[in-house]
Each structure stands twice: as C-alpha cells, then as structure tokens.
Design a binder for this molecule. Structure first.
Ligand code: RIB
Length: 307
C-alpha cells in the first residue's frame, strides 16, 4: 500500500529567465544561469515521495556532477535511488527558457536516459514490478516504456502513463493505462484530432481506444478525468505563477501517490491539482514541490480565505 515506482528520465535543468523567446538567428541576454534537478521521471518520483508515497526510481544518469545533483535531490525528497545506474554517457540535460508569464520552452538532450533500455528495465524488475503503481513517461526509449507497461500490468501493478513528450502509443500499451495522463496537445495527438473535439470528446475517444481511465490536464482550467463510470472535472486554483516548469510532473507524482493509497480517480486528481498549484509559485521543477503537510496547510488556508 502506498508504494510507487517511477521508471524514467532524469535531467539537469539549465534555466535562464528571459523577457521573451528569441526568434531564429536572434541573440538575447537573460538572467544568471540556474541549475535545477529535473527530468520528467525524476520530477514525478520527487513529487510522489514528497506527497507521502514510498517511492523508488529507476533511471540512468552519467558519472558526472549532474548525475550526483539528481541523486542528492531525490534522496533529499525521500526517494529510493538504488535503481539509478551511472552509465558512460552525459546525464540528460534540459535547456529551459522561462518568460515573465511563467511559461517555458524546453529542449532536452537525453544523454544517459537513452541507456534505459529493455535490458536495464528488466535488470531492475525487483525495484518496480511489485509496487501499487508504476509511473512511466515518454522521455525514455519507447520500447522500454511499452515493455515495462506490459510487464507491470501482467503482474497486477497499476500503470500510470504520462504520454509526454507527445507520441502515438500501441493499442496494447493504451489498454493497460490506468490512467493515461496527457495535456491537451498530447490528447489530440493520441486521439488523431486536429483541434475540433471538445475535451470531453477527446476523453471519450481515448476511452474508446482502450485506456482504462484518462486524465487531461488543462493548465489554468484544471483537469478533466474519465473512466467507465463517466467523466468529471476538477477546477484549478488561482495563484500567482512564477514558473510552470515541471508542474505536470508534480501533478503526475502526486496522483500516483494518491492512487497507490487507494484514492478514487477524482480524489487523486483533486490532490494533484493542489500540488501542481503550489509548485508553479516558485522557480524550478523538483525545488518547487511541496511536502504533503504543506499542501494540506495551503488548502486549509485558501478554504479559510474563500469561506
Ligand atoms: O516536465 C518538465 C521537465 O521536462 C523538466 O524538468 C525538463 O528536464 C524536461 O524533462
């Protein structure tokens, strides 16, 4: 109970704040460089652990300073990092520009993340194949993700697949997602939709394609969730946004924690929405993630203000 494994990517996030994004061929001056622990998998593991889940992380990093930065940050969050391997490639790196509205542009150099192949996943099976929930995303090789999803589902582990960055998935993989977590852009790609469908229709299409449950994150508009029991929504919280980097990962990790405790999909989405709202109020990905007590106090405070 309340045991989560994340098999996925780890990156050092090299962040520069800029007034606006540069155009082609243009040079802009920005802020001092800030280096944060990031990567979708590492972020999701950090969020799950801070939310209270016993969390193990399976990943590949380089034998370099960024690899150590990630290991230390995850251990501080309470993540079991014994499944992190150091390989002969540079640790994954993300080059991130953050604009004054808190939005970001990201280019990832995967580096060591590419070494998380099927053999590496299989070698780590004892660390992820008997948990309550396995979290996967698409910053790792697709073949590894689809293999792990199949093995986990075959062993009765609930698979939470965050299809980010966007990429089509096999019918077999879609069939074990419980839930599939996507943003609007990713949902439209997986549903082969050019932009005409409503969010409810997108969720219905993805359920028809076989996912057991689906969550579509909608930024400032909250989130929509659906399963065989129907479709529901959770509103977002109005907050002052500083940096949205990793907010989706905060959401995914917190939701995995809640599902691993036996929470309903709607309750898990509600808690995850609060975690994501806290996370966007400060810079960086993992550095902005709250621990469970902080989220509960924040929720109490905003209830008090709105009562
Ligand atoms: O989802 C945010 C993450 O995407 C960043 O931490 C960056 O590393 C990229 O992987």
């Amino acid at each position: 109970m309340n045991r989560v494994a994340v098999l996925g990517s780890a990156n050092a996030d090299l962040v520069v704040e800029v007034d606006r994004r540069p155009g082609a061929g243009e040079t802009l001056l920005g802020s001092d460089l800030q280096v944060f622990a990031g990567g979708k998998g590492a972020n999701q593991a950090s969020s799950a652990a801070r939310s209270g889940a016993t969390t193990s992380f399976i990943a590949c990093v380089g034998d370099d300073d960024n690899g150590m930065l990630l290991r230390t940050a995850l251990e501080d969050a309470g993540v079991d990092t014994s499944g992190m391997r150091h390989v002969d490639r540079p640790t994954g790196t993300a080059l991130i520009l953050v604009t004054p509205d808190g939005e970001n542009s990201i280019v990832v150099s995967p580096g060591a993340n590419q070494a998380l192949d099927v053999a590496a996943a299989d070698a780590a099976v004892p660390r992820w194949a008997d948990r309550d929930v396995l979290v996967l995303n698409l910053e790792s090789p697709l073949e590894t993700v689809e293999h792990a999803a199949e093995v986990a589902a075959g062993r009765g582990v609930r698979v939470l697949l965050n299809a980010a960055p966007a990429h089509p998935l096999s019918t077999e993989t879609l069939a074990v997602c419980d839930p599939l977590v996507v943003n609007e852009h990713e949902a439209r790609i997986l549903a082969d939709d050019g932009g005409s469908r409503s969010f409810e229709e997108l969720a219905a299409v993805l359920l028809e394609r076989g996912v057991r449950s689906v969550v579509i994150t909608l930024g400032a508009e909250g989130a929509l969730f659906g399963d065989a029991g129907g479709i529901g929504t959770v509103p977002s919280h109005a907050v002052d946004v500083v940096d949205t980097t990793g907010a989706g990962d905060a959401f995914v990790g917190a939701m995995a924690c809640e599902l691993s405790r036996g929470a309903s999909l709607s309750a898990a989405v509600a808690f995850a929405t609060a975690v994501a709202a806290v996370s966007v109020q400060s810079m960086g990905a993992q550095s902005s993630y709250p621990r469970r007590g902080e989220v509960e106090r924040w929720l109490d405070a905003i209830r008090h203000v709105t009562a």
